[in-house]
Design a protein around this ligand. Sequence first.
Ligand code: SRM
Ligand code: SF4
Length: 573
Amino acid sequence: MSDNNLLSPNSAPHSDVEAIKKRSDYLRGTLTESLVDPITGSISEDDNRLMKFHGSYMQDDRDVRNERNKQKLEPAFQFMVRVRAAGGIVTPEQWLMMDRVAQQYANGTIRLTTRQSFQLHGVIKWSMKTVIQQVNEDLLTTLAACGDVNRNVMCNPNPYQSEVHEQVYEWAVKLSNHLDPHTRAYHEIWLDEEKVIDSLAGVEQEPIYGPVYLPRKFKIGIAVPPANEVDVFSQDLGYIAIHENGKLLGFNVVVGGGMGMSHGDPKTYPQVARTIGFIKPEQMIELGEKTVMIQRDYGDRAVRKHARFKYTIDDRGLEWFIEELQQRLGWKLEEARPYTFDHNGDRYGWVKGSNNKWHFTMFIQNGRVKDDAELQLLTGLREIAKVHNGDFRLTPNQNLIIGNVSSQKKKKIEQLIETYGLTDGSALSGMRRNSLACVALPTCGLAMAESERYLPTLIDKLELILDEAGLRQEEIVIRMTGCPNGCARPMLAEVSFIGKAPGKYNLYLGGGYAGQRLNKLYRENIGETEILSELKLILNRFAKEREDGEHFGDFCIRAGYVKEVRDGMDFHG
Ligand code: SRM
Ligand code: SF4
C-alpha cells in the first residue's frame, strides 16, 4: 500500500501535471498562441498536457525520426485527433465528414479505436482548428476524448437487439453528457466563441471535476449480458445491465478495473473491476457522478503512475469505497443480481433487429479504415454512407456495424459490400476475427514494438499452425500492444503479446474468453520464431486434449502453462 495515496490530495506533493492544470485557467493555458506560432510545428509541453483534454496528442512520425535528426530537422510533428460519441454511434453524414477530414487534413485513414471512438493521425498544427471546427459542425466532439476526465462512455454496440439495448444506450448518452467538462475554453479556442465568463474571477466552474480535474483518466463502460464486448471488467466503473423478459431492471455495478502497467514494476498492475451491488436504472447517473467525485478527492495526485482509480480502491479497500459512496449517495446499493457473460468478441454478419431493420457487422483489421492495393475500405464505406439512412456503430473490438438498414436499402448495401470486398469475417480464422492490436508505431510515442502493423502477419503464420491442428474456426481471443499500457486490453485476452523492444514481446496466456479473467506471463522478451514454436506446441496439445467446449484460455490454465490470476495484485507474482 502506498503511503502517498493515503494522504489527502491537498497535503501530498503534487505532480507537475497538477500544477499545469491548476494554472491553466480551466484548460486554456497558452494554446491559442501556440497554435498560431509559425516557427515550429510543435506546441509547448504545458500546452500539450492541456491539448489532451481537447482530444488531441502531439506526436511525431517515428519512422522518420532518426533521419530528420541526422539532417538536423525538428521531428515531423503532427497531431492525433480523437473524436468521440457515446456508444460509438454516428450518422452517415458524420461518417462522411470524418472521411473528408481524414483525406484533406490527416493521413487519409480513419482509425476506429478500442473505446468506440475515431482517431485521425498526421494532422499538422496549423490545420487543427479547421479539423476540430468541422468535427463540431457535424455535432461530434473531441472535448474530453483524452485528458484527466471521464472518457468516451462505452456501450454494447447492438442497441437494436431489444428494447433493453436501446434503453441502455440512452443511459450511456445521458451519463456521458452529465460527465462532460463545463469549461468554455474548448469553445473559445477552437470554435471562436467569445470569452464571456471571467474564469479567473471564479465565475466559471466545473461542478463535478473542480479546477484541477481528475488525478488521471477515468473510464466507464456498460455491458448487456450475455455480451461483454465493452470488457466491463477493464473499466474504472462498469455497469452490467440486468434484464428480464425484455425489461431493464437495473445494473450491477463494478469498480476499479484498469489495464495499464509498466514492465518490471510490480507496484503497477492490471486489475479486474469488482462487483459492489445492484442499482435501479434511474440511479446510474448519480452513482457515476459520486464515484467520479470520490476519485477526484482521493486519487493520488502525486504519482501519476499510481493515480488510476484501481489503486485508490486497492489501497483503501473495497469496503471503504462502498461506505464512502453510500454516504455520498444517501442510499444503499442492493445485492448484486445474477447474470452470465459468454463472449467479449463481436458477432459478425447480417442480423435483423427487434425494430425490423437490418444490421451488418463487418470485420475491420485493427480498426484501420484505409484504401490500399488490396482493399478499398475507405471508398467502400464512403459509397455506403452516401446511400445509407441508418447509422454506423463502432464496436469496442475496432469493428464497424452498418446499423438500421431498411429492407429497401439492404440490397443496395449488400451490392456495395460485395463490390468493395468488405467482409463479415466468415472467411477468416476464428483467431483473426477475435484479434485486436493497438496503434503503436509509427505514431504512438510510447510504443516499444510494432503492433497494428505486425499482428496481421503474425496471425498469417499462426493460421498455418491452426490449420494443421484443425483449429481454423476456433474462436481464440488474441491481442497485441506495443507497450504495457494496455490500449487493446491485452491483459484480458486468452493469448496476448505486449511489446518490450523492437521485435520482442512478452507472451501472456490464460485470459478468460468472455473478458472475465486476467492472463499471466508465460514467456518473456521473445521474438517471432520462439512465439511460433511455443504456440505451436500449446495449440497442438489444445486440439488433442481440450475438453468439450473448453476455451483456449481455460485450457492453458488446466494444462498448467500458467496459473489462474484472480486478482490483479497477483498478476506479476
Ligand atoms: Fe490508450 C495512451 C491509443 C485505449 C491505456 N493510448 C495512449 C496514447 C494516447 C499514447 C500516449 O499517451 O502518447 C495512444 C495513442 C496512439 C496513437 O498513435 O494513436 C493510445 N488507447 C489508444 C487507442 C487508440 C488504442 C487503439 O488501438 O484503439 C485507444 C483509444 C481509446 C479511445 O477511443 O478513447 C486506447 N488505452 C486504451 C485502453 C482500452 C480501453 O480504454 O478500453 C487502455 C487500457 C484501459 C485503461 O485505461 O486502463 C489504454 N493508453 C492507456 C495508457 C495506460 C494508462 C494507465 O493506467 O497507466 C496510456 C498511457 C498514459 O495514459 O499515460 C495510454
Ligand atoms: Fe501506444 Fe502502448 Fe497504447 Fe499501444 S498500448 S497505443 S504502444 S500506449
